[in-house]
Design a binder for this molecule. Structure first.
Ligand SMILES: [Zn+2]
Length: 627
């Protein structure tokens, strides 16, 4: 082959490659690349012209027996197939089957909570006709319903009806859900729910093991929960029939709290025990409706206190969010929670992420965990400590993974990293800098447990937490420092405008921020999300630059993960200076940085670092003259 032909071939190959993996220098897995080729996603970071996602309407009627802990329900799911594919089966999630004998689990469960049958299915109907047992396949936490004879055609909808029941896990190891005391319950992951069928992988196939949290489509819910006399229900969605259930005094308080900027006690344990809060001494059916939410959870008790307050979340329209705390009297931190929740929601709407809070209600329920659901949190009491960081963290999940429909089975860092970032900055701001500390990434950075976040979350065990929380949280701090608040906020707003109510995946995020920031940030994404490694800057020393007639502080980059340079220099004359460079100073691969000291000054001590800058060897971050 002559040289000319070789270079022509090279040109053609380069051109073709550019067409395939256009506009990113990052590694794109083959399954993900297909979505861009098919046009469901787009290299400019926007949803593609052919983007689609499926959805459902749920009408659920359920009741819980507080004595036996038996939860029973009947539901109708109307499932809309917006995909271009003909679906020959419908995959239903039965997440309580995590407690079925033989199920795979990421963590321990209490032996007494494990049952042979898991979720009991009394019957299933498809478009009104009974579905025989042989048409259903139970495996892990799924039930596949075969509908080959009458498939779900593109652009059509079908109905699935299920009658089911199971016993709530009451053991110590029950996480995210609880029999919180003898007559208080938090109930998530509870109803038969259609799994996600998406443009990236088809039917979601990863079971609920208790570690990874959510991946759900956006759906509408109309849910009625029936409880014995004296119980209250708090749930995802807006309460439809308060006037039918609460006696007038308490109904008026509930009405008033909808627009009150001061916390109002809707009722106390004492009032509940005295009786009269409810109109009748009969069981009550609580009805809730929610639109375009990815899940539904509820909590119930006959003796929890209920505080509520409201805050404006959109100054343009005056739209408000109604914020509640429901708690046991022994939780001495909980009287602060409604106030913290409302103040945090206000800051989330105006500061970070700086996007109007999407939900009309938010309830923090005193449970056994720190766990978010749309419009609901299951938060353990943190007394005698402050409930602030936990409250802020769980509420902030409203944005990721709920408003932005993140797939946490694969990309938990796309939501936990953000919640861990918001909880620091918002707690810091609400507490006059008393609370809000970054999670310690440095201790694990660069070890075998520091797996790059781009490894799917489903493939992680002990490395899950660091990859989902610590490392991305530190990455987002680094990014905020590099872009500055205004540019960072513009990127965030554009990302949310593009992908709210949808399912963004990593390259949609990377490409949107690249485009909106006007800067190719691939150097940053690669180091923080794709590569093994660690952050480590070091003070190499102070030398004299004869030509410039001044001292120079030399900073070495000993680790590959780029972090900002924050340098404090104290001079022998008692004065000092601070020098700052964002992580961008390292983007071209330089190994050290020389910082010139003003002429005539002599360095006594130099110190590198800040609380938001991870560094695996803090011991080499100081330099002192004569030592
Ligand atoms: Zn979280």
């Amino acid at each position: 082959m002559n040289p000319l032909r070789i270079s022509l071939l090279l040109l053609i190959t380069t051109f073709l490659n550019a067409g395939i993996s256009a506009q990113t220098s990052l590694f794109v897995p083959r399954n993900i690349r297909k979505a861009y080729e098919k046009g469901t996603r787009s290299w400019d970071g926007k949803p593609g012209a052919r983007y689609w996602q499926n959805r459902a309407d749920y009408v659920i009627s359920a009741s819980l027996d507080p004595k036996s802990h038996r939860l029973s329900g009947e539901e109708t799911i109307t499932y809309f197939n917006n995909s271009p594919d003909t679906l020959k089966m419908i995959r239903i999630k039965l997440q309580h089957d995590r407690y079925r004998k033989g199920a795979g689990r990421a963590g321990d469960v209490t032996a007494g909570d494990v049952t042979d049958e898991g979720v009991r299915i009394d019957w299933v109907k498809y478009n009104g006709a009974p579905v025989e047992e042989k048409q259903r396949r139970r495996f892990t936490t799924f039930m596949d319903i075969q509908v080959k004879e009458n498939p779900v055609l593109p652009g059509s909808s079908v109905s699935v009806q299920v009658k089911w029941s199971y016993t709530l896990p009451a053991g110590e190891d029950a996480a995210r859900e609880c029999v919180c005391d003898s007559s208080s319950f938090f109930v998530p992951y509870w109803y038969p729910q259609v799994a996600v069928y998406d443009d990236l992988n088809g039917w979601a196939s990863f079971p609920y093991t208790g570690l990874q949290e959510f991946y759900n489509d956006f759906s509408n819910y109309d849910v009625t929960i029936t409880m014995p006399a004296g119980f209250q229900v708090w749930a995802t969605g807006e309460w439809q029939n308060a006037a039918d259930i609460l006696a007038d005094t308490w109904y008026q308080r509930w009405k008033k709290a909808q627009t009150s900027t001061e916390v109002i006690s809707i009722f106390s344990e004492k009032e509940l025990r005295a009786g009269g809060v409810y109109k009748t001494r009969q069981p009550n059916a609580f009805r809730f409706r929610a639109t375009d939410v990815p899940d539904f959870a509820f909590g119930t008790s006959d003796h929890y206190n209920w505080d509520a307050v409201s805050t404006v979340v959109d100054d343009r329209t005056g739209r408000r969010t109604f914020v509640s705390a429901a708690y046991m009297s022994s939780s001495t931190d909980y009287p602060q929670v409604a106030r913290i929740g409302a103040d945090a929601i206000r800051l989330m709407s105006t500061y970070l992420p700086g996007y109007p809070f999407p939900y009309p209600v938010m309830t923090v329920f005193n449970g056994n965990d720190g766990m978010e659901f749309p419009m609901m949190c299951n938060d353990v009491s943190t007394a005698p400590g402050s409930p602030m960081t936990l409250t802020v963290h769980e509420i902030s999940h409203t944005y990721f993974p709920f408003m932005m429909g993140i797939n946490e089975q694969d990309y938990a860092w796309m939501d936990e990293g953000w919640a861990a970032f918001f909880d620091v900055l918002i707690s810091d701001s609400l507490s006059s800098h008393q609370l809000g500390r970054p999670r310690p990434y440095s201790a694990v950075a660069g070890t075998e447990d520091d797996v790059p976040p781009m490894v799917r979350s489903r493939n992680l065990g002990t490395a899950y937490r660091n990859a989902a929380y610590q490392r991305p949280q530190n990455a987002y701090f680094t990014l905020l420092d590099h872009l500055g608040y205004e540019k960072f906020h513009n990127c965030m707003t554009a990302y949310m405008d593009r992908w709210k109510g949808k399912h963004p995946a990593p390259f949609d995020f990377f490409q949107t921020w690249n485009e909106v920031s006007g800067e190719n940030l691939d150097w940053f994404w690669r180091s923080w999300f794709f590569d093994w490694g660690y952050p480590d800057l070091a003070l190499q020393g102070v030398v004299r630059d004869e030509a410039a007639n001044c001292q120079v502080v030399v900073i070495g980059r000993n680790g590959n993960i780029p972090t900002p340079v924050q340098l404090k220099v104290e001079y022998s004359d008692g004065t000092s200076d601070n020098f700052h460079h964002t992580a961008g100073i390292w983007k071209d691969g330089k190994q050290n940085l020389k910082i010139r000291i003003p002429q005539g000054k002599s360095v006594k001590k130099a110190t590198l670092g800040a609380v938001t800058i991870p560094d695996v060897t803090p011991a080499d971050n100081t330099w002192e003259a004569g030592r």
